[in-house]
Design a protein around this ligand. Structure first.
Ligand SMILES: C[S@@+](CC[C@H](N)C(=O)[O-])C[C@H]1O[C@@H](n2cnc3c(N)ncnc32)[C@H](O)[C@@H]1O
Length: 514
């Protein structure tokens, strides 16, 4: 979601939660201790195997899929054993009146907005009156936020102080904090947590068949699978930590740490987290901002900020909104692939859409050493991911410089870029500038390579763009099918745009010759 930048001053503090114990009588969610002895043992064995397989370094490229069925199979077996503990979820909207009262009781003015369901977006905020561009529509004080700082002050504090992973992964800390509070019926944040979705549309909730829909888009499939593997590993790691660590004995979390509970907490954080300044005004911290996190995304600019004096997050209108219209905010310049994997949606008109392109200089290239040396001066690795962008300039400076070096012959490399003839920083930077070039011949190689590569990538899609366009419009298509089709449409537009751009670049070289 959006980012805050301003520093704040010390004011209010998050109210501590009620003391808690591990007994299932405190929470209405069934506990792991209620499983039979055999089920507990089977689950523990499966979790140990899960940790082992997920801790092996991930395979790259097509091999990412190779151990996925095994990981997925283990997770599904664990889920099956734990399924008897699934809590009964109430419909979300039942919780909204208490949520709004809680906000109002804590000083939030909700008179400009109303929580409403919007097709394709889930719930969102509707303007209850005409609002002008730049007008403030929401102010949420820090004391209502769930943050890494409030996690440290909660019963989780001792575990965070001890565990190295929690110290370096604020998003995981926040997820455990959220889950621990969800399990506590006395939690200060209960009205907020009750109003959260009970499940998400991120690929963590997809089955193996669903993930196959991303196969035409190899990079996104890799991202989704890596995310699945990471969350499975974290689950197995924290399950063991919670069972073994004496600091966890009194945590509600310990006896309710099912895979589904962890997936829910991680997904809630992933789709709603935001950066806020720390209480002492120093480093940014992560937090969940109640009600503000009901805003859905559109193209635009950041319009939320942190008011240091009020110690509150403030949000301003991106444009004029008339009464009854959905108030949308800008989450950030993310690609559809990033939105899909981290937020569970794809935005058809995404101005910031981009496609990841993995490129590398072959170690078998006789000029590998010369090219790598020049690339390192440009702070570019000889093998890495680049982006092709949506819009008028699909190729950015880093990709252009890489392709120019990649295409250089020995004469240019030696005469112009190595030894005594090694250029200064300004000349090196010129390699990133489309308006400056070494030779028409090298430029031609650059644009021809890109044209061929993008054409090959386009051909790898399993169906035509027209088929995907029709799928994306089908009212009865599942979210997964619709989002995957929309993702591929965006990717292919970027690839076609790149092919056309490269063709124009090549044509302009020929015109210059004349
Ligand atoms: C911060 S929450 C916003 C509130 C959310 N719709 C809800 O019902 O709680 C972010 C989630 O809203 C949905 N969302 C946000 N912007 C969207 C958009 N432009 N199109 C579709 N879904 C969107 C996605 O499910 C995303 O994970």
């Amino acid at each position: 979601m959006g980012r805050k930048t301003k520093k704040n001053t010390k004011t209010t503090q998050a109210q501590p939660s009620q003391p808690q114990g591990a007994s299932s009588s405190i929470t209405d969610t069934p506990a792991l201790s209620e499983l039979s002895k055999n089920a507990k043992r089977d689950a523990a064995e499966l979790i140990t195997s899960l940790l082992e397989i997920c801790s092996k370094p991930p395979e790259s490229g097509a091999k990412e899929w190779e151990d996925f069925p095994e990981i997925h199979g283990l997770v599904e077996k664990i889920r099956k054993i734990q399924s008897v503990l699934a809590p009964h979820e109430k419909p979300r909207d039942v919780a909204f009146p208490a949520f709004i009262s809680w906000l109002n009781d804590n000083g939030v003015d909700t008179s400009s907005v109303e929580i409403t369901e919007f097709p394709q977006y889930g719930y969102g905020l509707k303007a209850t009156k005409d609002l002008k561009e730049s007008e403030k529509f929401l102010q949420i004080p820090r004391k209502l936020m769930l943050t890494v700082e409030s996690a440290k002050q909660s019963p989780l504090g001792p575990l965070i102080a001890e565990d190295k992973i929690l110290q370096v992964m604020p998003n995981v800390t926040l997820a455990l904090h959220l889950l621990n509070e969800k399990l506590n019926p006395q939690s200060f944040w209960k009205p907020y947590i009750d109003a959260l979705p009970s499940q998400y549309s991120t690929p963590l909730y997809w089955n193996s068949e669903d993930l196959q829909h991303l196969k035409g888009s190899p990079v996104q499939a890799g991202d989704a699978i890596n995310q699945y593997r990471n969350i499975a590993r974290q689950y197995a790691y924290f399950y063991r930590l919670l069972q073994k660590n004496p600091g966890a004995t009194n945590l509600l979390l310990k006896d309710h740490f099912t895979y589904d509970n962890y997936r829910w907490a991680v997904s809630s954080v992933m789709t709603r987290q935001n950066q806020i300044p720390g209480k002492d005004g120093s480093r940014a911290t992560l937090g969940l901002i109640p009600l503000w996190d009901m805003c859905n995304h559109t193209n635009g600019i950041y319009t939320s900020d942190y008011n240091a004096e009020a110690d509150a997050c403030e949000s301003f209108c991106l444009k004029d909104f008339v009464s009854g219209q959905q108030i949308l905010i800008f989450y950030g310049p993310r690609s559809n692939g990033e939105f899909l994997v981290h937020s569970g949606f794809v935005y058809p008109d995404n101005e910031h859409d981009r496609l990841c392109l993995k490129l590398g200089i072959s170690k078998g290239d006789s000029l590998f050493a010369l090219k790598s040396e020049l690339l390192s001066k440009l702070n570019l690795a000889p093998s890495r991911s680049f982006y092709l962008h949506n819009g008028r300039f699909p190729v950015d400076g880093d990709l252009l410089a890489f392709l120019r070096v990649f295409s250089m012959d020995e004469v240019i490399l030696k005469d112009k870029y190595s030894g005594d003839s090694a250029p200064g920083p300004e000349e090196l930077e010129a390699l990133k500038d489309e308006d400056k070039q070494d030779s028409d011949e090298n430029e031609d190689k650059v644009w021809s390579f890109l044209q061929t590569r993008a054409t090959l990538l386009l051909k790898a899609y399993p169906c035509s763009i027209e088929e995907d366009e029709s799928t994306a419009q089908q009212a009865d298509a599942s979210d997964v099918v619709r989002m995957s089709a929309q993702l591929r449409i965006g990717e292919r537009k970027i690839l076609q745009n790149t092919i056309d751009y490269a063709a124009r670049k090549k044509a302009s070289l020929k015109t210059n010759d004349i």
